[in-house]
Design a protein around this ligand. Structure first.
Ligand SMILES: [Mn+2]
Length: 346
């Protein structure tokens, strides 16, 4: 029994009265599902401990908003939570000091993650970091199984959508544990709630951003790069990178959007072994922060000046470094869509 990761995690929480769960900025379904499952685990073991689920940044993507709404996830902004000596912070789906959180004031007691991007783990009591697993939610699902905690349909729906949305790209970044979790959870999922999360209604700005992204997409060899301009919400940058990587003539897609005073960057590769997280970290080095997985990466550059010339200069630097790294000639660029959308590219 003592060898279970979940048993060690629970033991590390013993001295604390209040457990605060936190993730990266703009939490995704994997972050949300992991937190709901951890709350269930902790409250099953310690009925007297308070468990607080927090969010940092925005929950912006329509699917993620639907997940919070239909599953009634009790989230509070991290900035409203005070971490005193009675409180333990648990970080899920990210690691400390990777530039993926607004504040790193407190050292977490526990860190559960599956990203390749290494964090500063000094002072952390409990660690479970498995880059070979497709989703952090799969790790926490394993804890519930180890401790024989019942999983109701709300939690099954959260975990299923969390894992499914995290491993859905091709080639898949998933292992046998992810598939075992999906298989076990599916019969227990509320299928109507799942459908509502998968297919939410979308605002007009969503379509306008796609239009802008398509008309600003440039091809450099087998690389597609699009500057989306000002975006209505930051998560759409990743969604467009997922959209462009499906183009049958590219193996890299880079999308950049301006959100408030930050450039938000998403990179996708179509092959295992691409180390997208490292590629983006090198391109952004010194300008901002980045990290991610083998095929998927995200980054952020805080701008001092958001006037068009200043933004252009940063974009140019980023594009040059990225294309240089891939040994692609940046002078050989074409618009994806020429005068006529059906015009064949050269
Ligand atoms: Mn994740």
């Amino acid at each position: 029994m003592e060898s279970f990761a979940s048993t060690r995690l629970l033991a590390s929480l013993h001295p604390f009265q209040r457990i605060v769960l936190a993730s990266h900025v703009n939490p995704d379904p994997d972050a949300l599902g992991s937190m709901l499952a951890l709350q269930t685990l902790i409250q099953a073991e310690f009925s007297n401990k308070e468990v607080v689920l927090t969010y940092d940044g925005l929950i912006a993507r329509a699917e993620n908003q639907a997940m919070v709404r239909v599953l009634a996830l009790p989230l509070v902004p991290i900035s409203s939570v005070e971490l005193d000596h009675r409180s333990a912070l648990i970080l899920v789906d990210t690691q400390p000091h990777t530039g993926r959180r607004a504040s790193e004031a407190a050292t977490p007691v526990a860190v559960l993650d599956h990203h390749e991007t290494p964090g500063d783990l000094g002072g952390v009591t409990f660690l479970d970091i498995r880059p070979d697993v497709g989703a952090t939610s799969t790790l926490v699902f394993g804890y519930l199984t180890e401790q024989e905690i019942p999983i109701d349909s709300r939690l099954a729906t959260a975990l299923f959508y969390a894992i499914e949305s995290e491993v859905s790209g091709f080639p898949r970044e998933a292992n046998a544990a992810d598939d075992a979790a999906l298989t076990w959870l599916y019969p227990r999922v509320d299928k109507n709630l799942l459908a509502e999360i998968r297919s939410p209604r979308l605002p007009q700005s969503y379509f306008a951003t796609f239009e802008h992204a398509l008309s600003n997409a440039f091809l450099y060899g087998e690389v597609i790069v699009s500057y989306l301009g000002a975006v209505p919400q930051p998560d759409i940058v990743a969604e467009l990178a997922d959209f462009f990587i499906r183009f049958d003539r590219v193996n890299w897609a880079l999308c950049v959007g301006l959100y408030e005073t930050e450039l938000r960057i998403s990179l996708r590769a179509d092959q295992i072994g691409a180390h997208a997280g490292e590629v983006l970290r090198q391109a952004i080095n010194g300008l901002g922060s980045a990290g991610g997985h083998d095929k998927r990466a995200g980054g952020c550059i805080r701008l001092q000046d958001v006037r068009p010339d200043a933004v252009d200069a940063v974009l140019r630097t980023l594009r040059c470094r990225f294309l240089d790294h891939l040994e692609v000639d940046e002078h050989k660029g074409y618009r994806l869509l020429l005068d006529s959308p059906r015009h064949p590219i050269p």
